[in-house]
Design a protein around this ligand. Structure first.
Ligand code: DX5
Ligand code: ZN
Length: 237
């Protein structure tokens, strides 16, 4: 190993546990537990029963959670017409706001609105939406979220084609000179995390794996995932 290669390591991926899979009667306790865990962002899934066939939680719950959360809150809006609620989500405590490409005919305006509020802006793609559709917006994004399941429910099986999408998106970001982070959401676990990072993922969202993964609990599961990813971290030359 040369000095030059030792000095430059690939940045570590961010881990974002999805609170949807946690004990929703005890969000304060979960936020406190995660405060010192290997959790970089807290992923907060908002579902409206229209864009997706499920209803989760929204503004008042985010507001209640915020004072107890140590990490930035990554709000994933699986809702129609998100433009009407952006300021309120900012006010309630969102750091990053991600909207769905499929829900926004005026996506550029929505992204500008989010950034204008002082949040970072993400755009999510459903599994069947190609990454090429983001070509004219990626330079303006902070995050691109690739859904690895059809949105609406935790605990679904990872769609393997997502690995290919991550690689294609990585190329697109390089071509367009975009610094956007690649976030993968849905069915993420120890079984696919290393491959996702290898393909180019920067942020891994995990719900069921972290909160319902086993006897060790969320803190131990996140620590093990972090250790696994560190082992796989390769030096850049
Ligand atoms: C699904 C949500 C995900 C979900 C992930 O629509 O966007 O964030 O909570 O849960 P798991 O990791 O269980 O697939
Ligand atoms: Zn999500």
């Amino acid at each position: 190993m040369t000095h030059a290669s030792a000095a430059r390591r690939r940045p570590e991926p961010l881990l974002a546990p999805s609170l949807l899979a946690s004990d929703l009667a005890n969000l304060q306790a979960t936020a406190e537990l995660l405060a010192t865990a290997e959790a970089d962002w807290l992923h907060f899934d908002v579902m409206d029963g229209r864009f997706v066939p499920n209803i989760s939680f929204g503004l008042p719950v985010l507001e209640a959670l915020r004072p107890h959360a140590r990490q930035p809150i990554d709000v994933h809006l699986m809702i129609e017409q998100p433009q009407h609620y952006l300021a309120q989500f900012r006010e309630a405590g969102a750091s990053n706001i991600t909207v769905h490409y499929e829900a926004c005919p005026h996506l550029h305006r929505v992204v500008e609105q989010i950034r204008g509020l002082g949040c970072t802006a993400g755009v999510a793609l459903n599994p069947a939406t190609p990454v090429s559709l983001l070509q004219d917006i990626v330079a303006d994004l902070d995050v691109v979220l690739l859904m690895a399941v059809n949105p609406g429910f935790g605990g679904q099986a990872f769609i393997p084609h997502t690995l290919h999408k991550v690689a294609v998106l990585k190329e697109l970001l390089l071509d367009c000179g975009s610094d956007a982070l690649i976030e993968v959401d849905g069915g993420v676990s120890a079984a696919n995390a290393s491959a996702l990072v290898q393909a180019g993922a920067d942020v891994l969202v995990a719900g069921s794996f972290v909160f319902r993964g086993g006897a060790g609990g969320p803190v131990a599961t996140l620590a093990a995932l972090r250790a696994q990813l560190r082992e796989g971290t390769t030096e850049l030359t």
